[in-house]
Design a protein around this ligand. Structure first.
Ligand code: BV8
Ligand code: ZN
Length: 250
């Protein structure tokens, strides 16, 4: 099979799996936002190629050098004000109405799924547009520039509202995500390198409960071996092609 017909056949097979499914789960990573202009973490030009995650995305790093950590998050928050969800985000938002049940789980902290219209997003790693007080329960939402070392009205320091390495996921989010992976008939995994746990284990959980896995990623990943169908390419176009192949669902 040449590349084109191979890709076309894979899209038709993926569409067939989705067409037969009542319960669909989708799990997205940084690759979902790459075509919106947000750098991934582990690609060649990714965020981690310029910064060491241990230096910036851990509670210890924040305790040691809060201004340095805020400098990195301020830049990422500022970028969010300049990007838009892409067509692939909008396909997933539309699919909430196409499938009997669609659970959208994301590792991304950019809020683009919500901005594209997805009404129920399970955000495993928090949100860049939220800051939390390290002492009281105050949450500061929005993308305003909070300054180099923002503090809460109570006087304590504010921290980025994301989950750092070594921190547990938001209470409930992981339980809801696990439950979605256990109940789904098809899990569509988009744009994740399958490195960060526990998010990367959703594919194993889904497989162990009999779900079929479809992966969208230009590169193979540790999840590829679990995928019944691998769509090797970028997600904005492939989600559009999948949506077209699904046609107008009866
Ligand atoms: C936890 C928020 C329990 C912050 C992030 C040893 C010691 C301590 C912990 C661990 C350990 N070993 C393992 C762990 C657990 C650790 C972990 O997994 N470490 C890894 C590095 C081995 N996990 C944790 O600590 C988690 N918590 O386990 O709690 C616990 C409690 C206490 C102590 C221990 C355990 C918390 C993890 C959350 C970390 N926070 N982000 C921030 O954003 O600044 S992780 C960060 O990576 C992002 O959230 C990101 O989403 C996530 C995963 O990366 P990906 O999304 O996969 O992105 P990546 O760049 O890697 O890949 C992009 C992919 O897209 C590529 O495959 C590429 O080919 C593809 N792509 C590119 N373009 C496109 C595309 N695909 C489609 N279309 C395109 N156009
Ligand atoms: Zn406070």
């Amino acid at each position: 099979m040449d590349g084109q017909s191979g890709a076309g056949a894979a899209i038709l097979r993926a569409a067939e799996l989705l067409r037969r499914a009542e319960r669909v789960a989708v799990s997205t990573g940084a690759g979902m936002s790459a075509e919106a202009g947000i750098a991934t973490f582990r690609d060649r030009d990714g965020l981690w190629s310029k910064f060491n995650p241990e230096e910036l995305a851990t509670p210890q790093a924040f305790a040691r050098q809060p201004q340095r950590v805020w400098e990195w998050y301020r830049a990422r928050r500022a970028q969010l004000a300049t990007v838009e969800p892409h067509a692939g985000h909008r396909v997933l938002a539309r699919w909430e109405r196409r499938f009997h049940s669609l659970d959208l789980i994301t590792q991304n902290v950019d809020g683009l799924h919500a901005r594209a219209g997805s009404s129920r997003v399970i955000e495993l790693h928090g949100r860049l547009d939220v800051a939390l007080c390290v002492s009281c329960a105050r949450r500061v939402c929005g993308l305003d520039d909070l300054g180099a070392d923002p503090h809460c009205e109570c006087g304590a320091r504010l921290r980025p509202g994301v989950v750092w390495f070594g921190e547990s996921l938001p209470a409930g989010a992981w339980d809801v995500a696990q439950d979605a992976a256990q109940r789904c008939e098809v899990l569509l995994v988009i744009g994740t390198s399958g490195v960060v746990q526990p998010a990367a284990s959703l594919a194993q959980i889904a497989c162990a409960h009999g779900a079929r896995v479809i992966e969208i990623n230009p590169q193979p990943t540790p999840i590829s071996s679990l995928a019944e169908v691998r769509l090797a390419g970028t997600c904005a176009g492939l989600l559009g092609a999948l949506d077209a192949a699904l046609g107008d669902r009866p």
